[in-house]
Design a binder for this molecule. Structure first.
Ligand code: ZN
Length: 176
């Protein structure tokens, strides 16, 4: 396992549409998911899409365990949203690719998802609460959409500028 670099805005790769994994869940895909999980835990975050480490494949890892709970890693290969309910809920979202920015996004409060798990088994289940928020956020990444794309243009531009400035500052501190 290895910790990979997480891409941040405005890296154009984050706008790419990820491709489906062909040929099922192989050892290569599992190795990718292991790296993604380690990278996510290190960040730390609760969800990560492969494109966030520059791999344009439809793969997501997640762990929604609360502090003090045993880890509950979840792995999603070729996930699909089969159905969503009409009711929406707002949630204050953040993203490892848009560090230190948080804002409310309104999404369907439940969704039926279908995916292949770590062992390649097909799973179909309803996601609700934080699980529903997180899987929809991560699946947006597969389409090249970030949570800030759900905000107003002004808020989005401000978020990107803030991340850029923070990156420059960090670079200067490293040089000094
Ligand atoms: Zn994200």
């Amino acid at each position: 396992m290895a910790i990979r670099e997480i891409l941040t805005v405005p890296d154009p790769r984050l706008k790419e549409v990820s491709k489906p994994v062909e040929g099922g869940v192989t050892d290569e895909i599992r190795a990718l998911m292991d790296d993604m999980l380690e990278t996510m835990y290190d960040a730390p975050g609760i969800g990560l899409a492969a494109i966030q480490i520059g791999v344009p494949l439809r793969v997501i890892v997640m762990d929604l365990a609360k502090e003090g709970e045993e880890p509950q890693p979840k792995f999603f290969v070729n996930p699909e949203i089969v159905e969503t309910v009409e009711e929406t809920q707002p949630y204050e979202e953040g993203c490892l690719s848009v560090p230190d920015i948080f804002d409310q996004v309104e999404r369907p409060e439940k969704c039926l998802i279908r995916y292949l798990d770590y062992d390649g088994f097909k799973v179909e289940e309803w996601a609700e609460d934080l699980y529903a928020v997180c899987i929809q956020h991560e699946m947006d990444h597969l389409e090249g959409t970030l949570f800030i794309d759900h905000l107003s243009r002004l808020k989005r531009q401000r978020a990107v500028d803030k991340v850029k400035k923070a990156k420059l500052r960090a670079m200067r501190e490293n040089v000094a």
